[in-house]
Design a protein around this ligand. Structure first.
Ligand code: DX5
Ligand code: ZN
Length: 217
């Protein structure tokens, strides 16, 4: 299967979002990565449910929602009928993950859990991994775009890939933060199959978005 690339609109021009998105609208194996920040789980604040619902009407690209929020259940509830491709929230929040994931199982094609740089991949036990469609390994502290890749993400990807193979599981391994051609290749070689990139894609001119995307596969 082709590596899925998830361009993060955090690095796009928010005042001309549709014009930026339209450039990549016809690219295959692409998800649109939407970073929802609540100013509490992370210090930064981005956008929420109304904007995601509006975006859904304006693009055919599969939406990949990354919830950096303290109360993901609220967002999962409000977005459950919108037709989101994948929704990911953070393992570090206090909740019963098995219950929360089961509750929204039928509403989302794919549900993911994300781990921050200081969280061990081993903390995700096998029973939980069996329930997941995706594990998002953060390779920067969540909250801001444009940071440098933290190499400890590579060991986590390698470990998750090993557990996935040994147990015949099918969750995707996504990586997010500081991804460029070089760090992306390292992640792919360790077993990542879904790459989020913000500044590497949208930091260039519109005429280069597509070529930047293809260098990550
Ligand atoms: C950071 C976000 C990322 C961010 C990545 O908290 O989760 O999705 O947009 O940005 P780059 O690719 O610039 O590191
Ligand atoms: Zn993200």
């Amino acid at each position: 299967m082709k590596t899925i690339i998830s361009p993060s609109i955090l690095a796009a021009d928010f005042t001309n979002l549709i014009s930026d998105i339209s450039v990549i609208e016809d690219v295959n194996d692409l998800w649109l990565h939407l970073d929802v920040m609540d100013g509490h789980f992370v210090p930064n604040l981005t956008f929420g449910i109304p904007i995601i619902k509006q975006l859904k009407k304006k693009t055919k690209l599969p939406l990949d929602v990354h919830l950096m929020v303290t109360n993901p259940e609220f967002h999962m509830e409000e977005l459950k009928d919108v037709g989101i491709e994948n929704i990911t929230y953070h393992f570090e929040i206090e909740t019963n993950h098995m219950e929360l994931i089961s509750k929204y199982r039928s509403h989302y094609n794919s549900i993911g859990l994300s781990i921050k740089p200081k969280t061990k991949a081993q903390d995700l036990d096998l029973e939980l991994l069996k329930k997941l469609d995706l594990v998002l390994v953060m390779s920067v502290e969540p909250g801001f775009g444009g940071q440098s890749f933290m190499p400890n993400a590579l060991d986590k990807i390698e470990y998750l890939n090993k557990v996935r193979k040994e147990n015949n599981l099918s969750f995707k391994i996504q990586v997010d933060g500081g991804i460029n051609e070089e760090t992306g290749t390292k992640c792919r070689n360790k077993g990542a199959d879904n790459m989020v990139a913000g500044s590497y894609i949208f930091g260039k001119g519109k005429d280069q978005y597509k070529t930047q995307i293809e260098t990550l596969r």
